[in-house]
Design a protein. Structure first.
Length: 256
C-alpha cells in the first residue's frame, strides 16, 4: 500500500463489507473456469432489423402485481422475501418485516432498518427503537403485549437496510408502497402512527415532519398521526415535549 490515505480507504471499504455480513474473501470450493461452458453464440436473425419499442415495466407495477392476490400477513411476508426488484435487498442481511401482534389497535410505521435491525431481523431494536418502546410504554402500549388493546404493531416502509443508513429515495419508497398498503389493509389498525418523513410521505404524500407532526391525517379511511422519528429525538431532546403531546393526542383518541 502506497500511502496512509490509501490504507485508510481500504480499511474503510473492508469495515463496510464486514458490517454488511461478508465473512469470507473466497468461496469454499475453487471454481475451474476452464470447465465452464462457453455461452452459445446468439443466432443471427433473418428478420429485418426493426426496432420494436420495449415497454419498461415500472418496478412499482411488479410490487402491485406481487401483492394483488395476497390474503394474509404470512403470505405478504413471503411475497416480500421473494421480491427481487429492489436493489436495497442486495446489501441487506435480513428482510425486516414487523414486530408485535397484528391485532393491535395501533400500527407504527418507521422508515427503514438500521444496522441493529438488519442484524436481528426486527424493526426498531437499536437505540431509536429502545426510545420508541419507552415512549409508547408511557401511554400503556407495548409491542410485547399480546392484548390488542395494549399492543403496538411495528413495521417500516422499507424492509431492507439502505447502505450507510441513507434516506430511501422517492423511487424506493414508491416501489414499497403497494406492500405497505396491503400490510395496512390486512392488519386493519384503528390508528396509524408514522414516524418521520419517509412514512409520512408514503402515506400522506407530504414532507416536513417537524411542521406537520401532531396534525392528524387520513390514509385509506384510517386516522394517521405524524410524529418525529425517535432518532431525531435522540439528537434533539428538546423536541421530546412535542412528542409527548403527540402521544397524549393518540391516547385521547384511543379512549374516546
Ligand atoms: N429506524 C426506523 O425507521 N426503523 C427501524 O426499524 C429502525 C430505525
Amino acid at each position: 500500500m502506497e500511502s496512509y490515505e490509501e490504507w485508510l480507504g481500504a480499511y474503510a471499504a473492508l469495515a463496510w463489507q464486514v458490517e454488511l455480513g461478508v465473512e469470507d474473501a473466497v468461496l469454499d470450493a475453487p471454481i475451474n473456469r476452464y470447465d465452464i461452458a462457453e455461452p452459445a453464440p446468439i443466432a443471427k436473425s433473418t428478420k429485418p432489423n426493426v426496432q420494436t419499442p420495449v415497454k419498461e415495466l415500472d418496478p412499482t407495477d411488479y410490487a402491485k402485481a406481487a401483492v394483488k392476490d395476497i390474503q394474509d400477513i404470512n403470505a405478504l411476508q413471503n411475497a416480500l422475501n421473494g421480491f427481487e426488484h429492489c436493489d436495497l435487498r442486495n446489501g441487506a442481511r435480513n428482510t425486516v418485516f414487523a414486530d408485535g401482534i397484528p391485532s393491535s389497535r395501533v400500527m407504527i410505521i418507521g422508515e427503514a432498518p438500521g444496522r441493529d435491525e438488519d442484524q436481528q431481523g426486527k424493526p426498531f431494536v437499536g437505540r431509536a427503537g429502545q426510545l420508541l418502546d419507552k415512549m409508547f410504554a408511557a401511554i400503556g402500549l407495548s409491542r410485547a403485549s399480546d392484548l390488542s388493546a395494549k399492543g403496538i404493531y411495528i413495521t417500516n416502509v422499507i424492509p431492507w437496510r439502505p447502505p450507510q443508513n441513507r434516506e430511501p429515495t422517492p423511487q424506493e419508497i414508491a416501489m414499497m408502497v403497494p406492500f405497505l398498503q396491503r400490510h395496512i389493509e390486512l392488519v386493519a389498525p384503528e390508528f396509524i402512527v408514522v414516524m418521520g418523513n419517509t412514512p409520512m410521505s408514503a402515506l400522506l404524500g407530504m414532507r416536513g415532519i417537524t411542521k406537520h407532526r401532531g396534525t392528524w391525517g387520513m390514509f385509506d379511511g384510517k386516522p394517521v398521526l405524524p410524529m418525529v422519528h425517535p432518532a431525531y429525538l435522540l439528537r434533539n431532546p428538546i423536541a421530546k415535549r412535542d412528542a409527548w403531546a403527540d402521544l397524549l393526542s393518540l391516547k385521547k383518541r384511543m379512549e374516546a
